[in-house]
Design a protein around this ligand. Structure first.
Ligand SMILES: Cc1cc2nc3c(=O)[nH]c(=O)nc-3n(C[C@H](O)[C@H](O)[C@H](O)COP(=O)(O)O)c2cc1C
Length: 316
């Protein structure tokens, strides 16, 4: 049996990667009901941001309960590791996940072995994605006890690693170095890309952009159509947060202004509001961030069809 499926209690080794506002109970449940693993992102299903970690966690409790009403299958919650969770939003949400019996934490950040031990002792399965994935960080994560590693290349949508290694090479390097299963993240948008990642050692997909273009994703229709109508050659890659993060975006006002700022030496340009750019479809107010492989996606499909297609790449 596929090890990712065995560990997560699912039937298809396809994880819908967390994508903050544009995830929701409907998206997550649709993926989990199709046999994959849906993951709630930060502010999943929220209509507005909450001011405090406690308010956020309580709102997340409602979202978790709504997800439970829609599926009896496993699903996960996205959290930050300690180094990236200064205000404690993830800490508060993890307490709620414990109380509500969410089985999987999909963690992003830098490895903190004590924290991984705590999560494992609390009974969570841990899928771990290092913000700056290297062979060394993968080995450290394995030693700390994570169950499944995510190998992220610079092909991914969202805030991507600054290092310029693509998904296939990153997956091959990490799969060779560790004994636990590896999911490929970045550009896994169809069966061929899934199969390519399987050839270099991935045992499943951690796919974001492909699920933006799903019927169940709550991203605005205008945002989805913008992705379908943009060619690979038009995408803009900009640097943000003092050179700390990169984003690949469709070519609109905020992204164009940000790249001009980068060209002037400003490595901390505004990227606008993701809430407006992707959830509300106002591409003048925020970025629409996608994978380098986005133009290989030809249609908006059901999560069930997407899960089935990607799973075929892993022989499932
Ligand atoms: C629109 C968008 C938003 C994202 N937001 C998050 C997030 O909130 N947390 C996170 O851990 N990863 C986030 N990611 C990264 C994904 O979890 C995943 O690593 C990535 O989507 C995989 O690459 P792909 O988009 O090529 O499939 C986001 C990705 C996208 C496309």
């Amino acid at each position: 049996m596929n090890r990712v499926c065995e560990i997560l209690g699912i039937t298809k080794p396809v994880v819908q990667a967390p994508m903050t506002w544009i995830t929701s109970p409907e998206l997550v449940a649709a993926v989990s009901n199709a046999g994959g693993l849906g993951i709630l992102g930060f502010n999943a299903g929220f209509e507005t941001g909450k001011a405090t970690p406690e308010e956020t966690a309580e709102e997340m409790r409602k979202v978790i309960r709504k997800t439970r009403e829609l599926t009896d299958k496993p699903f996960g919650m996205n959290v930050m590791t300690s180094a990236f969770d200064g205000a404690g939003f993830s800490r508060a949400t993890i307490e709620v996940c414990k109380e509500e019996g969410v089985p999987v934490l999909a963690a992003i950040g830098a490895i903190d072995a004590d924290q991984i031990h705590e999560w494992k002792d609390a009974g969570f399965k841990v899928v771990y994605r290092d913000m700056y994935p290297t062979v060394a960080s993968a080995k450290a994560a394995e030693a700390a006890g994570v169950d499944i590693l995510v190998a992220t290349g610079c092909d991914e949508g969202g805030g991507m690693p600054v290092e310029a290694t693509g998904t296939m090479v990153k997956t091959a390097l990490i799969a060779e170095a560790v004994g636990i299963p590896v999911l490929a993240a970045g550009g896994i948008v169809n069966e061929a890309m899934a199969k390519a990642s399987a050839c270099v050692g991935a045992e499943g997909a951690y796919a974001g952009t492909r699920f933006v273009l799903s019927k169940e994703c709550r991203a605005a229709q205008a945002t989805k159509e913008d992705i379908l109508n943009t060619s690979a050659d038009e995408l803009i890659v900009l640097t943000e947060a003092d050179g700390y993060l990169k984003w690949r975006c469709t070519p609109h006002k905020v992204a164009k202004e940000a790249i001009e700022e980068n060209n002037k030496g400003n490595m901390k340009p505004s990227t606008g509001s993701f809430f407006f750019g992707m959830l509300k479809g106002d591409m003048d107010a925020g970025i629409n961030t996608v994978s380098s492989a986005a133009s290989l996606i030809k249609s908006i499909d059901s999560c069930e069809d997407i899960v089935n297609e990607l799973a075929r790449g892993y022989g499932c």
